[in-house]
Design a protein around this ligand. Sequence first.
Ligand SMILES: Nc1nc2c(ncn2[C@@H]2O[C@H](COP(=O)(O)OP(=O)(O)OP(=O)(O)O)[C@@H](O)[C@H]2O)c(=O)[nH]1
Ligand SMILES: [Mg+2]
Length: 143
Amino acid sequence: MNVFFGSGKTSLLKALGIWGQDVRKTEAVSFGDEAVDTPGEFFDMPRFYHTLITTSVKAGVILLVADPLKRSRHSSRFAHALRAPVIGVITKLDAASQDDVDAARRSLKNSGVSEIHAVSSLRGDGMEALGERVRKLRGCETK
Ligand SMILES: Nc1nc2c(ncn2[C@@H]2O[C@H](COP(=O)(O)OP(=O)(O)OP(=O)(O)O)[C@@H](O)[C@H]2O)c(=O)[nH]1
Ligand SMILES: [Mg+2]
């Protein structure tokens, strides 16, 4: 339990330039101008899954985040319930071992994600390629 909060979701949106507010604990599903942020706790509690699924309906792309430092394990095939393209993102590449990253990759694959990026929001690794994919799937590639 409680492996999804603090996994770096808000920091990731900020690093992608699609979150204007400060990075602090996300207490509720939060709507920004360009993105929707979710509290990590919702992924730990199956009774909140419907909220995540409903929130995803109008999304152009969904980033399913795995924290390699916490060995988070997403529900099997969870990504298949989401109604938009899902990209798996392994965060904190600057602080994780290769074993941690491999385990996070397995967890995301098990949840039904096929495209996976490993990034560091702090250091910037992988952010350019991920940003490009996100812009493309959001339909902003000509901006
Ligand atoms: N080393 C490292 N730390 C990171 C990275 N991204 C985020 N963090 C740290 O992880 C902590 C949690 O980051 P958040 O972005 O608030 O995580 P969150 O998933 O939005 O958390 P909740 O809102 O609680 O669900 C903060 O202390 C961040 O500085 C990263 O790429 N590398
Ligand atoms: Mg957050």
